[in-house]
Design a protein around this ligand. Structure first.
Ligand SMILES: Cc1ncc(COP(=O)(O)O)c(C=O)c1O
Length: 362
């Protein structure tokens, strides 16, 4: 059937999020371990599971559209007031709300590249133009390049720390200097999806940055350290005027009751969380060591994944991993990101790589 319709111009060159793999790496391989999406290889925290089960009985009901209980809990947890918090269906959902609220056609959004695959899509959805700024040689944000590229058209600058896919963090002093120098018409979004993994579970304080910079919004999620990726819940913290407008672009009932309750309980389970963060950090260091012993370049990471800047050897590496049954994330021409996963997955990967002809990626 010949369907007639007009797609919005901004969408024409885009494909839906991960509807196709960006790389041909290992398309036909049987995958036993998925280390490609930075998920936690563990179930939700033990105290959180019963809360999720209790939620089944209430599934016929809509959730609280404002998720007030969770908003209040987050506010108390990080010492801000509830009107400085906006929750949504994952931090990707909240970022979409922010961009819809702040940007439109003719506006520009700056972000580092390679970066989180959803950024280009979310920017295009609001009609704005994405500007990709290359990472430094050591996989960090080039803040000078960001500063130089800010113009009257810039509405939002997205900074990601720890950065996906490299695991690098933005130095706090440099961050403060950068935020200080941003013109008033620009909002900085600091994406901290992986912040709990930083410094072995002792991440830098959040309100300190917010208090000092009125133009800054921070994004956090329950998907990563808390292991609730499947429930879809994240939040933003920022100036109350910005949060008020961000709430207007929310999908009605976007955060389910189950997700809200699970997130509340997760925040009350700090001790359990800390144990997990330490285990993830130890597993990450082991994985890094194993890969380095094979002569592979691995950047020091502060997140639950590691980055190998393999450039043109990216695809052969990802294919070798897939042949061994391990799916990794290949960013063609840039490198490979490997999530910290099950000990067995690491073992299978390292053993298989050890047997592979490594000249193809050296
Ligand atoms: C940097 C970054 N930000 C945000 C997200 C979105 O996470 P979620 O929407 O599950 O909160 C991800 C997910 O991989 C990510 O890597």
């Amino acid at each position: 059937m010949n369907v007639r319709f007009v797609e919005r111009g901004m969408l024409r060159d885009l494909t839906a999020y991960r509807s196709t793999e960006p790389s041909s790496a290992g398309k036909n391989a049987a995958i036993a371990y998925d280390l490609s999406s930075n998920e936690l290889a563990l179930p939700p925290l033990p105290t959180v599971l019963p809360v999720i089960e209790e939620g089944f009985a209430r599934l016929a009901r809509y959730p609280d559209p404002a998720a007030r209980a969770l908003t209040g809990e987050i506010a108390a947890h990080i010492c801000v007031s509830a009107d400085e918090v906006a929750v949504g269906p994952g931090s990707a959902g909240v970022l979409q709300q922010i961009l819809l609220a702040l940007c439109g056609e003719g506006d520009e959004v700056l972000y580092a590249w390679p970066g989180f695959d959803a950024y280009p899509l979310l920017v295009a959805m609001c009609g704005a133009t994405g500007v990709r700024l290359p990472l430094t040689a050591s996989g960090g944000h080039d803040l000078d390049a960001f500063r130089d590229r800010v113009s009257t058209r810039t509405r939002v600058v997205i900074l990601c720390s720890p950065h996906n896919p490299t695991g690098t963090v933005i130095d706090r002093e440099q961050l403060h200097g950068f935020l200080d120098a941003l013109p008033d018409h620009v909002v900085a979004v600091l994406d901290e999806a992986y912040v709990e993994f930083e410094r072995g579970g002792d991440p830098p304080g959040l309100p300190e940055v917010l208090r000092n910079h009125g133009n800054t919004v921070m994004l956090r999620t329950f998907s990563k350290a808390y292991g609730l990726a499947g429930l879809r819940v994240g939040y933003a913290v920022g100036p109350r005027q910005v949060m008020a407008t961000v709430r207007k672009t929310a999908l009605p009932f976007g955060v389910t009751h189950m997700a809200e309750q699970a997130a509340i309980r997760s925040l009350r389970s700090e001790a359990e969380l800390r144990g997990r963060l330490a285990a993830v950090a130890a597993a990450r260091e082991e994985l890094t060591l194993g890969l380095r012993e094979l002569g592979l370049p691995v950047l020091p990471s502060q997140a639950n994944f590691v980055w190998l800047p393999l450039t043109s050897a990216t695809e052969p590496f990802a294919r070798a991993a897939a042949t061994a049954g391990v799916k990794v994330r290949a960013c063609p021409e840039h490198g490979v990101r490997i999530s910290v996963g099950e000990a067995e997955a690491h073992k299978v990967l390292i053993t298989a790589l050890g047997r592979t002809d490594r000249t193809q990626w050296s």
